[in-house]
Ligand binder design. Structure first.
Ligand code: SF4
Length: 312
């Protein structure tokens, strides 16, 4: 049996990690603090990453017009009915959640930390958007709560990175991982499989590169083409090939094999808003994808980390 599992899973799920660490059911409450993004407003780029949706990749976050505590409580109320003893992590998900002066960040992070049963914060951001002053504040937060910083990378292929308009370098990403780790802050990295014109080898290389870095978690997404995005236009014009469900599953399992077993798998499919999804259709049945990954891992008799290099 896989070391980091007490179910049939052959990879290190977030659920397993939370239960072991906190001994309770833990939920992430997705919040929208109304931040912008330097890749949209012209600071580092215009128009944003080509797959970025209207909500800034915060599809399930609260309503940004609502006060942050109201957003939190509205979602918590729903969870409470099913899990009265649950603990919560405030998940700052939409757009770039460190892209503001520290005093502004404090106004949204601190009230969430004061809510009952909140045990942590998960902050999604870009590697080029954490100032040294912000790092000092994050270090302080990390001493007071369970803090995780989620950095977008998507791919290590610089050509793809340009094509999708990420507007930061791999060096910038790696430097930020090192800065966060030097302050003992846990890092989760977001990657996307199936980006235009990427090969399986590109996707495996991204994971091999990450396995060599001191990261604690990863989110693996399938590229979803959503309505009214630049990638929808590109897809309709260029008809680049999307991964089939079988191809995605094959690549994801190979990627898991190359990841150290301690790395927590925070996500393993995409989770787009279904009314905005253009393609691929198979993403609609998220649980089928998850089940098929499990079945294929059994068929191959494989586990996360089976081909992973240990860090020096
Ligand atoms: S960094 Fe995030 S919020 Fe900014 S454009 Fe890219 S996906 Fe959208």
């Amino acid at each position: 049996m896989f070391k980091y599992s007490n179910t049939n899973k052959r990879y290190h799920t977030l659920d397993y990690y939370y239960k072991n660490r906190f001994n309770e059911k833990v939920f992430k409450v997705s919040l929208n603090a109304g931040f912008s993004c330097p890749n949209i407003d012209g600071t580092v780029g215009y128009g944003g990453c080509i797959y970025c949706s209207k909500t800034g990749s915060g599809e399930f976050a609260g309503n940004k017009e609502d006060n942050i505590v109201k957003q939190f409580n509205d979602i918590k109320e729903v969870m409470l009915k099913k899990w009265p003893k649950a603990k919560y992590i405030g998940y700052f998900q939409a757009r770039t959640n460190t892209y503001a002066p520290v005093e502004e960040l404090k106004k949204v992070y601190e009230p969430i930390l004061k809510q009952e049963n909140v045990i942590g914060l998960n902050i999604a951001t870009r590697p080029d958007s954490i100032t040294d002053e912000c790092l000092d504040y994050l270090e302080d937060l990390n001493k007071r709560t369970y803090l995780t910083i989620e950095l977008g990378l998507q791919t290590t292929n610089e050509k793809t990175s340009k094509l999708i308009n990420r507007c930061h370098t791999l060096e910038c990403f790696e430097n930020m991982v090192k800065k966060l780790r030097s302050r003992n802050i846990d890092v989760i990295v977001h990657i996307i499989n199936g980006l235009p014109y990427e090969t399986k080898e590109d996707m495996i290389n991204t994971v091999k590169y990450l396995n060599d870095l001191d990261i604690q978690g990863i989110k693996i997404h399938m590229l979803s083409i959503t309505k009214d995005t630049p990638i929808e236009k590109m897809y309709k014009e260029e008809k680049f090939k999307l991964l089939s469900k079988e191809e995605y599953i094959d690549i994801v399992i190979d990627q898991l094999e190359y990841l150290r077993p301690e790395i927590v798998i925070h996500r393993i499919t995409g989770d787009p808003k279904l009314d905005e999804l253009v393609e691929p259709n198979w993403l609609v049945k998220k649980f089928c994808v998850l089940n098929d990954i499990d079945k294929e891992m059994v068929r191959r008799d494989t586990y996360q980390g089976i081909k992973a290099k240990k860090r020096d």
